[in-house]
Design a protein around this ligand. Sequence first.
Ligand SMILES: NC(=O)c1ccc[n+]([C@@H]2O[C@H](COP(=O)([O-])OP(=O)(O)OC[C@H]3O[C@@H](n4cnc5c(N)ncnc54)[C@H](O)[C@@H]3O)[C@@H](O)[C@H]2O)c1
Length: 480
Amino acid sequence: MVKICCIGAGYVGGPTMAVIALNCPSIEVVVVDISVTRISAWNSDQLPIYEPGLNEVVKQCKGRNLFFSTDVEKHVSEADIIFVSVNTPTKTRGLGAGKAADLTYWESAARMIADVSKSNKIVVEKSTVPVKTAEAIERILTHNSKGIKYQILSNPEFLAEGTAIQDLFKPDRVLIGGRETPDGLKAIQALKDVYAHWVPEDRIITTNLWSAELSKLAANAFLAQRISSVNAMSALCEATGADVSQVSHAVGKDSRIGPKFLDASVGFGGSCFQKDILNLVYICECNGLAEVANYWKQVIKVNDYQKNRFVNRVVSSMFNTVSGKKIGIMGFAFKKDTGDTRETPAIDVCKGLLGDKARLSIYDPQVTADQIQRDLTMNKFDWDHPIHLQPMSPTGVKQVSIAWDAYEASKDAHALCILTEWDEFKTLDYRRIFDNMQKPAFVFDGRNVVNVEMLRDIGFIVYSIGKPLDPWLKNMPAVA
Ligand SMILES: NC(=O)c1ccc[n+]([C@@H]2O[C@H](COP(=O)([O-])OP(=O)(O)OC[C@H]3O[C@@H](n4cnc5c(N)ncnc54)[C@H](O)[C@@H]3O)[C@@H](O)[C@H]2O)c1
């Protein structure tokens, strides 16, 4: 029986291994992690991450051929194929601080593999890593090899949180990069055989190692760039009276452009986009490609601009001050159908409003109060370290309370800010909400989920990103 071990039981390791186990009953899959709480949660009925469909998949194979364990060394030593899916945060100090990937966790995993291995292994990079990481890992492994042969493959993960299970069942492509040597090709084939249990062959792409590593960074940079492009357009739409949804629709009808990822919003978030672009920028700079680095930097700048613009719009619309005013925050996760808050635009928007002394009442159907408080007090990039190495739960931010539902969050509020596109925000009883709010009552829709006309008829002053402005907003100071 082929044995797979995955180091890292997070958003990527957990779901990917569950789907492999379900589709390959003849393979034993063990997911290991240094975090005892994470592993205990995987072994309970309350999984550590929320992802539609994940529970059902895990239920079917947990205890059959899918196991979760903290006995990292035992399972690594027994495995034929080892996936490494650990954190690769942005460095916060030293060389490359603020841009380069911190490979501390990756390197410690590689050294541990070298220490405990007694048989040949295929080591698969699942984490997103800088180009040429495989070479560094290969060096660590071969210099400590004790005669054991290692083949390193790059198999970046393209799943999107919120749709991870369907993405894993029907991937657009599976990408496998490896050495173009006889042993390298054999390793590629072994991994291809795993995926071939359910992925059609024409969707499994093989490349050299460096192309696979770079393709992941490139794919995320392209996706983020689309969002920044449409968000840049949203600012111009507001200035000219165009409607960004109509512009996106018209642009997306061009088959060369396509309709996906063209929704304007308060900004992109998630653990990957910013981190991977910063990493790309750093690699370009290290290779003397300043113009290329600057090009990609701009994608992040526009994202920051969009979040600032939103905060400025809220404050300027409300007579240039939100001091002491209650603002209901609808949604905190970086997108719907996930409880993940890593780099969510809600953090910057909330911090911006708190900076202007607002009182916030935050509601999100999937994010815990503790997580929100941690996010609002943590330093930049601290979130991307294993949970037990992050700062302890802080004392809460005084002006922030957490609400059980949207109605509680909006009660007596001066304004609502919709920051995540949860479906339930489309069907709230906005008349009831209006009746319980201070007047004038504002809605700032950072995800274009509400029916603007209907809300205006109720009496709200509505701002919806990239849409023609409410007459009220037109008369307020311009937003930088
Ligand atoms: N989240 C996504 O949507 C996504 C998508 C594609 C790729 N990625 C990449 O995949 C990697 C993992 O991301 P994630 O979202 O799953 O992160 P995560 O923080 O959810 O999970 C990483 C896990 O690795 C564990 N870990 C760290 N060092 C370890 C070690 N030495 N031994 C055992 N366990 C260790 C941590 O405790 C943590 O549970 C990152 O490189 C990320 O960029 C993420």
